[in-house]
Write a new protein. Structure first.
Length: 358
């Protein structure tokens, strides 16, 4: 295990954040993603019920625009605007659902009619959708019926659809059943979204909006398990504000809170999507860097230094202490020792007990 401590004095300046532009579409997430496993059985059941009630060979649920609690959604970017895009299909004889992207034109059309049924008896004869991918691809869809899914706050979630390769019409009983089934699916998705929001609140620091100590502990255990399984290095950075008590005493606790909130944003700016930032406690922050060796951790620390150096700080310049620890696959260590090592490195730098490191 490698321990490294870093320290710098920060001066006010301008903070420049750059947002990378995406391509036309991000590749779909794996259908067996464990983070989203809760959703697929529910959707499979609803599609199965819809196809049975309507006597249809295939069905589909689409996700449009709104978040339904999916951890790894597909995002379509059009003119700089990102929309969530996912479809779950169920075909005859299939167990579960297949998640993919095919054609959203029909679902977009159906979604413009909240809580109504859209029924198209023959797509190939329809003036608007005869050239659609569904009408001309494999399977070659002829009949399409869908009910839009709308959340309790008015967000358009997507559509519940049934399809056939032959032209046909639903009976009045089937139309009523599909509408009612859509309402039930709306309630299920709303309930799940509410649960996830409540869970997220328990894992979020109220002041800074980043992870709290509980979420840090959970994430560190996850990354430690991944580190052992994949034989990849794992690094941890600990950061705190020097003389924070004096800052609070001089400028007041509201000013101290504002400083911590600002620092959380600055610390987050240079991180990768896979990195994790949490408020460890008080004025101390922790950063988990998966698949990062000692050199990688040093680069992250340097980016943090640069970001903080450009930031404008209220009242006065601030100083931080930063300590790092890295464990490699060959190192004999547990995650508690990794945490202790990073914290000790920060403590040594904070109190000037290890002047030999840069």
């Amino acid at each position: 295990m490698t321990i490294r401590d870093l320290h710098t004095r920060h001066k006010p300046g301008s903070l420049s954040l750059q947002r990378a532009t995406s391509g036309s579409r991000i590749a779909p997430a794996p259908v067996d993603s464990s983070a989203d496993a809760w959703l697929e059985p529910t959707l499979a059941d609803f599609i199965s019920l819809a196809t049975s009630l309507c006597d249809m060979p295939m069905g589909m649920i689409s996700q449009l625009h709104a978040d339904i609690g999916l951890h790894h959604p597909v995002i379509s970017v059009v003119n700089g605007q990102g929309d969530l895009r996912n479809q779950w299909w169920r075909f005859p004889g299939q167990n579960g659902v297949a998640r993919t992207i095919v054609d959203f034109a029909l679902c977009q059309y159906a979604a413009t009619r909240p809580r109504e049924l859209t029924e198209l008896t023959d797509l190939q004869a329809h003036p608007r959708f005869a050239a659609s991918a569904l009408a001309n691809g494999n399977p070659r869809v002829r009949f399409y019926a869908a009910v839009s899914l709308v959340s309790s706050n008015g967000d358009v979630l997507g559509t519940l659809c049934v399809m056939d390769t032959q032209p046909r019409m639903l009976s009045a009983t089937q139309r009523d059943a599909l509408l009612k089934l859509g309402r039930q699916l709306e309630a299920q998705l709303d309930s799940r979204r509410t649960m996830q929001k409540l869970e997220q609140q328990t894992l979020t620091d109220a002041l800074t909006g980043i992870g709290n100590r509980r979420s840090f502990d959970l994430r560190l255990r996850e990354e430690w398990t991944r580190h052992l399984r994949n034989a990849q290095p794992l690094s941890l950075l600990m950061v705190d504000v020097d003389y924070f008590k004096q800052y609070n005493d001089t400028y007041g606790h509201p000013a101290g809170d504002a400083l911590l909130s600002r620092l959380a944003g600055v610390l987050r700016s240079p991180l990768r999507a896979s990195d994790f930032l949490a408020r460890y406690g008080g004025d101390e922050f922790a950063l988990i860097l998966p698949n990062s060796d000692e050199l990688g951790a040093h680069h992250v620390a340097e980016r943090i230094k640069q970001a903080v150096a450009r930031a404008k700080w209220p009242h006065t310049d601030i100083e931080i202490s930063l300590g790092a620890a890295t464990v490699t696959p060959s190192a004999m260590c547990d995650f508690s020792a990794l945490l202790q090592a990073a914290d000790q490195a920060m403590y040594q730098r904070k109190h000037g007990r290890n002047p030999g490191h840069a």
